[in-house]
Design a protein around this ligand. Structure first.
Ligand SMILES: Cc1cc2nc3c(=O)[nH]c(=O)nc-3n(C[C@H](O)[C@H](O)[C@H](O)COP(=O)(O)OP(=O)(O)OC[C@H]3O[C@@H](n4cnc5c(N)ncnc54)[C@H](O)[C@@H]3O)c2cc1C
Length: 384
């Protein structure tokens, strides 16, 4: 049996970031990913928005870690040449919206530490985005966009640089308690680990149960996209969102330019039983015309084509409820650390999530003092 100090289950942005954040001199770190390539589930099927941290309840992990993670992500992307743009975003009040909702969003953002928000009138909105319709808007200059595939690659290289052993095509199949360790079987071998991080995304519930941890359920929630084609892609130059639903976490179908010159429309929201079904029963592209025209009235039906889909790993089945990330030392399995329920803004927050997880790993392994206080091995290496 292979013996390691830390085993991470899941090779999306969260697991890969955890590998770097938890690396310490003399500590052996190994990461299991069931697919032959890293990050091919949710981490590369999303809107690619670096969120400012406006929407989430003050004090929640989503609020704290998106504010903290956003700046860490900008620094990481610059340092590792990951295509990204701090382009800002607009949340627009349409003719039928109550524009006082923008003030409530502004105040919530400020309570979360987003201090650069500004409410724009119609003339200012038009100066920034002449083709967008709205009577007023909330301007968030610190929102941005990032190329998710390039981010996954850079996180992988960063983890390899700190000598984490990354094992693709190695799913966790079963696990059991050993002598002062958790023993995990993959298709190839048994691995004994003194600490395990559950970063298994849509299957975090299955992995937690296999490891003897807390029981919870992940509810898969599909988001579908359309895309603008041809010259219609020039109608907008930064993310434009409608006013969010009054309750819950759906930010509304929005318009998001990509770093490679595309424009995505979406995502929609649809709970389903299957965690991997991206295609069955997809919405017709016509379903995106009206929501797009609410924001960009010049868009014609022929300007749209079907886009991708992504599946959120939600901890609640109620679209009207807020559910936070689950980041904790497991109450039932003391060697297990949960990084579960990481739906949006998990791309934005991945480095901050990893930093929290790194601190918990230090606690479990009881050797935090060997690392550099409060900084990940990767950050330390690159700041040296
Ligand atoms: C439609 C949509 C839009 C989004 N938009 C944004 C956005 O604009 N901005 C933002 O910040 N966030 C956004 N998100 C959220 C973001 O994509 C996720 O929070 C983030 O990708 C979560 O990363 P992860 O590593 O936890 O999960 P994943 O990327 O799903 O990684 C988990 C990995 O675990 C592996 N795994 C599972 N079980 C096992 C096992 N038994 N053994 C080994 N490996 C296993 C899986 O194969 C997978 O690769 C969006 C999400 C969706 C679905």
């Amino acid at each position: 049996m292979e013996e390691v100090d830390l085993l991470i289950v899941g090779g999306g942005v969260v697991g890969l970031a955890c590998a770097s954040a938890a690396a310490r001199p003399g500590r052996t770190v190994c990461l299991l990913e069931r697919h032959p390539r890293f990050g091919i589930e949710t981490s590369t099927h999303n809107s690619g928005v670096i969120h400012a941290g406006i929407y989430y309840p003050p004090g929640s992990l989503k609020a704290t870690l998106s504010v903290e993670g956003r700046e860490a992500l900008y620094r990481f992307c610059s340092r590792h040449e990951v295509p990204h743009r701090r382009c800002g975003k607009l949340i627009v009040a349409g003719p039928d919206d109550d524009a006082t909702g923008l003030e409530a969003l502004h105040d919530r953002g400020v309570a979360n530490g987003v201090n650069d928000l500004e409410i724009l009138d119609e003339a200012d909105l038009r100066r920034l985005e002449p083709r967008v319709r709205g009577s007023a808007a909330l301007w968030s200059p610190s929102t941005g966009i990032v190329e998710a595939e390039a981010l996954v690659r850079a996180l992988r290289y960063a983890a390899e640089d700190v000598e984490a052993a990354l094992l693709p095509a190695s799913g966790l199949l079963e696990a059991g308690d050993g002598n002062n360790r958790i023993e995990v079987r993959t298709s190839a071998e048994w691995i004994g680990a003194r600490a395990v991080v559950n970063a298994a995304g849509l299957d975090a519930d299955v992995v937690s149960e296999a490891l003897g941890g807390r029981r919870f359920r992940i509810y898969p929630c599909r988001g579908e996209y359309a895309e603008l084609i041809g010259v219609s892609r020039q109608l907008v130059s930064r993310p434009v969102y409608p006013m969010p639903a009054p309750a819950g976490e759906h930010l509304g179908v929005h318009v998001t330019p990509t770093t490679w010159g595309g424009v995505m429309i979406g995502p929609t929201i649809h709970y389903q039983d299957d965690k991997q079904d991206h295609e069955q029963g997809r919405l017709p592209v016509e379903a995106f015309v009206e929501p797009t025209r609410q924001l960009l009235p010049d868009v014609r039906p022929e300007d749209l084509r079907a886009g991708g889909t992504g599946i959120r790993a939600k901890l609640s089945a109620d679209p009207g409820a807020f559910s936070d990330f689950l980041i904790e030392r497991d109450p039932y399995q003391p060697r297990l650390i949960q990084a579960a329920g990481i739906d949006s803004p998990g791309l934005t927050a991945c480095l901050a999530v990893a930093r929290r997880v790194g601190t918990l790993v230090d606690e479990v392994l009881g050797d935090g003092a060997r690392g550099t206080e409060g900084r990940s091995g990767e950050e330390e290496r690159h700041n040296a």
